[in-house]
Design a binder for this molecule. Structure first.
Ligand SMILES: *Cc1c(COP(=O)(O)O)cnc(C)c1O
Ligand code: SF4
Length: 336
C-alpha cells in the first residue's frame, strides 16, 4: 500500500481500488503521518471486525490528526473490546428476519432486500459488525425467491436494496436484479441504501447509471454521510452524476460521539448536503451493538442538539432524529 503512488491508484477502476483498500492500521497510520500510540489502534479489535478503508476515504482525513472525525469512524480501537451494558449482538433483530430469503418486511408497502453482506468500508459503529457475512450473500435462488415474494404481494410499491452495500454487487448482478424488478408493475420505486457514493465515488460509472436508469421505476438513493469532511470533490461529482440522471438523493447519518455530536456540525452537514442536492433525511441514534458503546450519544443530548439545529436551519434541512425499535411499524422518530 505505502509503496504505491496515490496517483496510480486513482487510475484503477472501483473494484481494483477496493481490492487495495487499507486493511491494517500500520499502513493507514503511516499514510496519515500518525504513530500507533497516538490512536489506540487495536489488532484484537480488527480481528473481531476487519478494518477496511478505501484510499478515497482515507484521503479525506486530515493528516497528523489522531482525532480526525473520519479516522475515528473506521480505525479499530481498544474501546471496542469494552463491555457496555445493554449492547447486544443483533440489537434491531434483523439477523433472523434476513437469514431465510434476504427479504425483510417490517413496514407497510416497502420491503428491504439484503443483497450482500459486504461493504466498501467497515464502519466501527455498525451493527453489522457482529453478523456472519457468508449467510447474507444473496444467491441466485434466494434472489428468485425474493422476486417471487415481491411479485405475489401487490401491496409492495417500494423495494429497498440494502445490505451491506448493494452497490458492492457487480454490474452484471445488479443489472439482473434491476431487470427483474423492472417487470413488476406494482413496484413504483426502487430505493438504494448505500454509503458507496461517499466512500468510493469511482463506483458511480456510466455503466452503473445505465442500469439504474433503464427501469421504469423512480430511483431513490439514500446515502450515508456523517461528516462534512466526507464530501470531497470526487463525491460531489459522483452525486451530481446521480442527480443529472434523475435519481432522488437523501442522506441518513448516525449521531456519533466525538465525531458529529454537536449542532454546528449537523447544521454544516445539512447545508453541504443540500448544496449538492442531497436532502437530509434521518439522523439515527446508534443501534446498541456489541463493540460500539463508546460511540453512543444519549437521547437527552441528542434532543438538545436537535433543538439547536431546528432553531438554526429551515425546516427542510432538519433531519429526523430516529431510533430503530424492534417490532415497531416504522422507525421511531424522536424529533423533527
Ligand atoms: C429503515 C427500514 C425501512 C425504511 O424506512 P423508511 O422510514 O421508509 O425510510 C424499511 N424497511 C426496514 C426493514 C427498515 O429497517
Ligand atoms: S452497513 Fe453502512 S454503516 Fe455498516 S459498515 Fe456498511 S457502510 Fe458502514
Amino acid at each position: 500500500m505505502n509503496s504505491r503512488q496515490p496517483l496510480q491508484l486513482h487510475q484503477l477502476d472501483w473494484q481494483e481500488q477496493l481490492a487495495k483498500a487499507f486493511t491494517n492500521a500500520t499502513d493507514l497510520l503511516n499514510f496519515l503521518n500518525l504513530s500507533q500510540d497516538h490512536t489506540q489502534s487495536s489488532k484484537p479489535a480488527s480481528r473481531e471486525f476487519a478494518m477496511r478503508i478505501p484510499l478515497s476515504y482515507a484521503e479525506c482525513m486530515k493528516k497528523g490528526n489522531p482525532d480526525d472525525p473520519l479516522l475515528r469512524q473506521v480505525l479499530p480501537t481498544a474501546d471496542e473490546l469494552k463491555f457496555f451494558p445493554g449492547f447486544l449482538s443483533d440489537p434491531v433483530g434483523d439477523l433472523d428476519a434476513a437469514k431465510s430469503t434476504g427479504v425483510i418486511q417490517k413496514y407497510h408497502g416497502r420491503v428491504l432486500l439484503i443483497t450482500t453482506g459486504g461493504c466498501a468500508i467497515n464502519c466501527r459503529y455498525c451493527f453489522r459488525r457482529n453478523f456472519p457475512y457468508s449467510e447474507f450473500q444473496m444467491s441466485k435462488s434466494k434472489q428468485a425467491e425474493a422476486i417471487s415474494y415481491i411479485k405475489t404481494n401487490s401491496d409492495i410499491n417500494e423495494v429497498i436494496l440494502s445490505g451491506g452495500d448493494p452497490l458492492l454487487l457487480n454490474d452484471a448482478r445488479l443489472g439482473l436484479l434491476f431487470d427483474e424488478l423492472s417487470k413488476i408493475s406494482h413496484v413504483k420505486r426502487i430505493r438504494i441504501h448505500s454509503r458507496i457514493p461517499i466512500v468510493l465515488p469511482s463506483r458511480i460509472t456510466h455503466q452503473l447509471l445505465d442500469i439504474l436508469t433503464r427501469v421504469p421505476q423512480q430511483i431513490i438513493m439514500v446515502l450515508h454521510c456523517n461528516h462534512t469532511n466526507e464530501i470531497s470533490p470526487a463525491v460531489m461529482t459522483a452525486c451530481s452524476k446521480l442527480k443529472q440522471n434523475h435519481i432522488h438523493l437523501f442522506n441518513q447519518a448516525v449521531l456519533l460521539k466525538g465525531i458529529n455530536d454537536n449542532a454546528r456540525q449537523i447544521c454544516q452537514l445539512s447545508e453541504k448536503l443540500f448544496a449538492n442536492s442531497i436532502i437530509p433525511y434521518y439522523l439515527h441514534l446508534l443501534d446498541k451493538a456489541t463493540g460500539t458503546g463508546h460511540f453512543e450519544v444519549g437521547e437527552q443530548q441528542a434532543l438538545t442538539i436537535m433543538k439547536e439545529v431546528k432553531a438554526t436551519l429551515p425546516g427542510y434541512l432538519v433531519p429526523k432524529l430516529a431510533r430503530e425499535k424492534p417490532g415497531a411499524s416504522s422507525k421511531s422518530v424522536l424529533f423533527f
